[in-house]
Every structure is written in C-alpha cells, then in structure tokens.
Design a protein around this ligand. Sequence first.
Ligand code: S3P
Length: 174
Amino acid sequence: MRIYLIGYMGSGKSTIGKKLATRLGYSFLDLDNVIEEEQQQTVAEIFLEKGEDAFRSLERLALHQTFEMDDIVVSVGGGTPVFYENMEMMKRNGLCIYLKSSPELLASRLQRNQQQRPLIASLSQDELLLFVREQLAKRLVFYEKSEMHIEAKDLTPAILHTQVLHWIENKSKS
Ligand code: S3P
C-alpha cells in the first residue's frame, strides 16, 4: 500500500503525513527531502542553479522511485501532480489524498517560511495571496483527480487515519 498526500504548498502534507505513517506503521517520505538528499542541495538552490525544469525532472525521478516501495506515506510537492504524467502514475500506484485548503489560509501559513519556497520567495503579502489564488485555481484540476478529498483545516491524524482505514476496507471488499 502507498499513500500520496497531494495539496498546495502550506497545506500541511508533511506534518500530517508523518503522523499518519506512524499510526499505520508505514514509513514516511517527503519527496522534496529525497531530492535534497540526493542532490546535496536545497530545493531553493536547485531552482536557482539548475532551474525549474531540472527540478521537475528530478522530482519525477524521485516519484518513480516510490513506486518500488511498500507501506509508505509520501508527501509530494505542491507542483508534483501538475507535471508530466505524475498524477496518473500516483493514482495507478497508490491512494491519492488531496488536502484541501483555502487560498487565504495557505497564504497566511506560507508567509512564515516563504524564503524556503523559490516560487513565492520574493512576493509581498498582497502578491502572495493573488499568486496562491491564481496558481491553486490552475492546479485544482490535477489535485481533484485524487480518490479522497479532505478539508485540511481542523484535520487531525486520527480523522485521517480512520478515513484511510475505511477506504482500505472498502477496497478490499470490492
Ligand atoms: C512547489 C512546492 C514545494 C517544492 C517546490 C515547488 C510547487 O513543495 O516542491 O518549492 O510547485 O508548489 P511543498 O508543497 O512541499 O512546499
């Protein structure tokens, strides 16, 4: 079983993903961290030195490595589902859960660590909200292909765990 946590930057994928993995007894993987370890560079450095296209290609490779792993929760980057055939591949190889959040909540969360995220690092507060609104609107069509859509606000690891167990149970019956 593989679980992919999908959602915009700041939707809490890694925080809740780690807790979900612990509850399920699965491993946890943050795709950005995998890329950073393999490249020995931060995501921001990769964007700056090699460019976004190179990052997306590394991201695709890191994602494909997860298809060989079992009993794992993977938190993917906010852009992962949007590039190549990544979304279809995740759906084919696991359960995709979309953590939904409003642009307002995402922008307010992102303000706190904007510098680590190259796509938004230089934006003012007003620009950030506009950017998140516009980009989220474009990305929704990909995110919404996920099998499960869950409101991230007020989501606890216990609620997510229960929903995942229900999904696994129903799947084994069908
Ligand atoms: C990105 C999201 C980031 C990271 C990179 C690009 C995006 O991951 O992959 O900065 O395009 O939305 P998080 O969603 O984990 O912040």
